[in-house]
Design a protein around this ligand. Structure first.
Ligand code: HEM
Length: 377
């Protein structure tokens, strides 16, 4: 069922959980764009295994946190063998791997058959990858193989789903808290839709100042990947923009990092730092992005809006441009059709928890985000 119809269904009961709906919608977008497949074509078993996998990843029990920390030290070959241990988290991962492999192989086969008959492929990103794999193979310069493509399928489907869905959920929660912002956003979208005479392409969305300020502010305050890590490949000395005082009272202006050291990058910390974003760094304020002199008080990083939400450099999020367009479209479609507010019931109020990605959590510890929804009249 299309997302707007699912929101209509919530509107008919007045309150409902938008988190699973956005999760399915973002999976549908990624599957369509990457594999050229609809949700139906992915199959019910894949969808439910994928959901279980996300639920396992969202679990923050003490055992899970300990297991995540220990996994880092276990060699890959042993990790692969561990997938055969018949306990639930491992069986979800290995089943998801088998199903994703089957889907990937099916898509590669259809793409090759279509092309061998001189027809268009299946239309997704995979088509282009299959072309590249074949070109390189025929050159004898095999940059990547079909196996390499298959190995990336799980990553692409998972990386593109919960990140975007959760970011959208937090954005809609902020909209539900601020009726005035909702009205101004709705007015802006109508204005730009009308001035572009019905054309709705990337330019239309990129030109809407409040829409993009809203998305940047959501990404700033709710970075889906709030903590990243990297391993130093050589000895380096990291200069500090602000000195820190150690527990022994010593002031440090730089930190030596030996080769092999794991370094954690606190994206959420950077994006809420008062010295960078100002004293109101902890508040959701779209206005900070609409000022002529920009929102930053210090030095910025990264290639998108000085945010680390998509990280940066050579390992920047592969889908960042896709994610932005996707969020722009979802917000515009839903805000023009629906009004959002927070439910009166306190037990339905969402908070935030970090587990692999930043998750919307209900007071009972389950993932979810209930909103009161009305059709725009
Ligand atoms: C709001 C949405 C998203 C956010 C905030 C986000 C954030 C990130 C971040 C921070 C990383 C780097 C993680 C690290 O190396 O520590 C990453 C990697 C990645 N993302 Fe995203 N992402 C989003 C959406 C997407 C989408 C829609 C796709 C696919 C269509 C995608 C595909 C990937 C892939 C494949 C990687 C791994 C890249 C590599 O290792 O070189 N992401 N993402």
């Amino acid at each position: 069922m299309p997302l707007t119809e699912q929101f209509d269904e919530i509107a008919s009961h007045s309150v409902g959980d938008i988190s699973p709906l956005l999760g399915q919608a973002t999976l549908a977008s990624v599957a369509e764009a990457i594999l050229g497949l609809s949700l139906n074509e992915l199959g019910d078993e894949f969808i439910s295994t994928n959901l279980q996998l996300i639920n396992v990843a969202s679990n923050q029990s003490a055992t899970q946190v300990l297991a995540d920390a220990l996994l880092r030290w276990i060699p890959n070959a042993i990790c692969d063998l561990m997938l055969y241990i018949p306990v639930q988290p491992f069986s979800f991962v290995s089943r998801a791997k088998v199903l994703t492999d089957e889907i990937g192989k099916r898509v590669i086969r259809s793409s090759k058959i279509a092309k061998s008959k001189g027809l268009e492929g299946i239309g997704g990103f995979y088509d282009a990858l299959v072309d590249k794999a074949q070109t390189y193979s025929s050159d004898g310069n095999n940059a990547f193989s079909e196996r390499d493509i298959l190995d990336q399928t799980t990553l692409l489907l998972l990386a593109g789903q919960d990140t975007t869905a959760n970011t959208l959920v937090f954005g809609f929660l902020e909209l539900a808290r601020d009726v005035d912002l909702q009205e101004r956003l709705r007015a802006e979208i109508h204005f730009y839709y009308a001035s572009r005479l019905g054309t709705r392409d990337a330019n239309t969305f990129d030109n809407m100042p409040l829409l993009n300020a809203f998305i940047k502010e959501t990404l700033r305050l709710y970075p889906a990947v709030a903590l990243s890590d990297r391993v130093a490949t050589e000895d380096v000395v990291l200069p500090l923009s602000e000195p820190i005082i150690t527990s022994r009272g010593k002031q440090l202006t730089q930190i030596p990092i030996p080769k092999g050291q794991i370094v954690y990058i606190g994206t959420a910390e950077y994006q809420r730092s008062e010295s960078i974003w100002g004293p109101d760094a902890h508040e959701f304020k779209t206005s900070r992005w609409l000022k002529d002199d920009g929102p930053l008080k210090g030095e910025g990083v990264s290639s998108y809006a000085n945010l680390l939400s998509f990280f940066g450099g050579t390992r920047i999020c592969l889908g960042w441009r896709f994610a932005l367009l996707e969020m722009q479209i979802f917000v515009c479609e839903l805000v023009t059709k629906f009004e959002f507010s927070l439910p009166d019931e306190v037990h339905l109020r969402t908070t935030c928890q970090y587990a692999m990605t930043l998750q919307p959590m209900l007071p009972d510890g389950k993932k979810g985000a209930f909103l009161a929804i009305k059709r725009v009249t």
